[in-house]
Ligand binder design. Structure first.
Ligand code: NAD
Ligand code: TDX
Length: 353
C-alpha cells in the first residue's frame, strides 16, 4: 500500500496526526512528511524512535505561510496531503478565537491554494494521482437531541468558535473541488481518545488528575453525550479514505460508543482504582461538578454506515477495551505527560474552574 507515495501529514506532531504517522509508517510503504508548526499542543516525543527512519521527515512549518508551503511542495512532490493541523480545543476557542481563525480557516485556505498550484503545475492534464484529505469534526453539525445520528446529509450548524472555524474550512475544501476541481475528500469524526492525548482534553485530564488524587471537574450536569472513537481506529479510517475513498465524497467516522461525560469519568475512576489504587479511597469521590462550558453542545453521534459499507472500515476497539488500554498507557507512560505538565501550557478560564 502506498509504495512510492509521499504523503504530507499536517499537524503530525499532534494527537491524531502522530497516530496517523505511526500507522502509515508501520502498515504502509508510504514516505511521510510531517508538517507542523509545533504549537503548545504538539509533541515530537509522540514520534520518538522515527527520527532516523528513511521514510519519515519532519518540517517545522505553519500552514498559513504560503511561501514556506510552496517550498515543501516543490521539494517533496507529494502524492497526497492529509490535513490535520488545527487549533483543536473548544474551551481555548472561547477564550481566544483569533488563532482558530488564522490556522483553521486561513491555514486551510493557504494549503488549498498551494496544493492547487502544485497539482496544476505538476499535472497540466489534471489526471495524475493526487489527493487532498481534509480531517474535520462532528462538531460542525451542532447539537443533537435525545435521538438520531449525524449523517452525511446533516446540515452544518456550528455553535462554538472552534466548530465555526472547522465548518469554514470544510466549506473552503468543498469550494476548491467544485470550482477548481482539486481532488479533495473530507472526513468528519467524533471525539477521539487514546495514547498521546494532550492533557487538557477530558479523558487524559481526568486520568492525570485522578492519579494525583485531585478533584475531577465535570462541566454542568455531566449529561452531555459524546461518541468516543479510539484514535488508532480513526487513523486506519483516514488511511482507507485516502486510499479507496471517492474524490469529492465525505465520510463520517464514529465509535458507536455514546457515553455521558459523567459515565466516562466514572469509568476512568474505576479503571484507575484497579490499575493504580489510591490510599485515599475511591476516585469517584473526587468528582466535582463545575460551571458549564458556554454554548456546550448536548449530544453528538455519528452514523459511520457509509465508510463501513463502502470502504470496509470497522472499529477494532469498543469503548471498554479502548478506555482500559488508554488508562493503562497513561499509567505506564508518566514521563510523556509529566514533561508536558513541567513545560507548562496556558490553562483556559473554564479549565481553571
Ligand atoms: P491537536 O491539537 O492534538 O494537534 C494539532 C497539531 O496541529 C499540533 O501538533 C499543532 O502544533 C499543529 N498545528 C496547529 N496550528 C498549526 C499551523 N498553523 N501550522 C502547522 N501546524 C499547526 O489536534 P488533534 O486532536 O490531533 O486533531 C487533529 C485534527 O482532527 C484537527 O483538525 C481537529 O479539528 C480534528 N478532530 C479532532 C478530534 C479529536 O477528538 N481530537 C475529533 C474530530 C476532529
Ligand atoms: O475537564 C473537563 N470536564 C468536562 O466535563 C473537560 C476538559 C471537558 N469536559 C466535557 C466537555 C465536553 O462535553 O467533556 C466533553 C469532552 O470535552 P473535550 O475533551 O474538551 O472535547 P470536545 O469539546 O468534545 O471536543 C473534542 O472532540 C471533537 C476535540 O477537542 C475537538 O477537537 C473535536 O473536534
Amino acid at each position: 500500500r502506498f509504495e512510492g507515495s509521499t504523503i504530507f501529514v499536517t499537524g503530525g506532531a499532534g494527537f491524531i496526526g502522530s497516530a496517523v504517522i505511526r500507522h502509515l509508517l508501520a502498515d504502509t510503504g508510504a514516505r511521510v512528511v510531517n508538517i507542523d508548526k509545533l504549537t503548545y499542543a504538539a509533541n515530537l516525543a509522540s514520534l520518538a524512535g522515527y527520527e532516523g527512519n528513511p521514510r519519515y521527515a519532519f518540517e517545522r512549518q505553519c500552514i498559513s505561510d504560503d511561501a514556506g508551503l510552496r517550498k515543501l511542495f516543490d521539494k517533496f512532490r507529494p502524492t497526497a496531503v492529509m490535513n490535520l493541523a488545527a487549533e483543536s480545543h473548544v474551551d481555548r476557542s472561547i477564550d481566544g478565537p483569533a488563532e482558530f481563525i488564522r490556522t483553521n480557516i486561513v491555514g486551510t485556505f493557504s494549503l488549498l491554494q498551494e496544493a492547487l498550484r502544485y497539482w496544476r503545475a505538476l499535472h497540466p492534464d489534471g489526471r495524475a494521482q493526487f489527493r487532498f484529505l481534509h480531517v474535520s469534526t462532528d462538531e460542525v453539525f451542532g447539537s443533537l437531541g435525545r435521538d438520531g445520528l449525524f449523517t452525511e446529509q446533516t446540515a452544518y450548524a456550528p455553535n462554538s468558535p472552534y466548530s465555526a472555524s472547522k465548518a469554514s474550512s470544510d466549506h473552503l475544501v468543498r469550494a476548491w473541488r467544485e470550482t477548481y476541481e482539486l481532488p479533495t475528500l473530507v472526513t468528519n469524526c467524533s471525539n477521539n481518545y487514546g495514547p498521546y492525548h494532550f492533557p487538557e482534553k477530558l479523558i487524559p485530564h481526568i486520568i492525570i488528575r485522578g492519579l494525583a488524587d485531585e478533584s475531577l471537574p465535570v462541566y454542568g450536569d455531566g449529561k452531555n453525550v459524546r461518541d468516543w472513537l479510539y484514535v488508532e481506529d480513526h487513523a486506519r479510517a483516514l488511511t482507507l479514505a485516502l486510499e479507496n475513498g471517492k474524490v469529492g465524497e465525505t465520510y463520517y467516522v464514529g465509535g458507536r460508543s455514546e457515553r455521558t461525560n459523567l459515565e466516562v469519568v466514572e469509568q476512568v475512576c474505576d479503571l484507575l482504582d484497579a490499575f493504580a489504587p489510591s490510599t485515599r479511597g475511591s476516585r469517584r469521590d473526587l468528582i466535582t461538578f463545575v460551571t458549564d462550558r458556554p454554548g456546550h453542545d448536548r449530544r453528538y453521534a455519528m452514523d459511520s454506515g457509509k465508510i463501513e459499507r463502502e470502504l470496509g472500515w470497522r472499529a477494532h476497539e469498543n469503548f471498554e477495551s479502548g478506555l482500559a488500554k488508554t488508562v493503562r498507557w497513561f499509567c505506564e507512560n508518566r514521563r510523556w505527560w509529566q514533561d508536558i505538565l513541567d513545560r507548562g501550557y496556558q490553562r483556559t478560564r473554564i479549565g481553571l474552574g
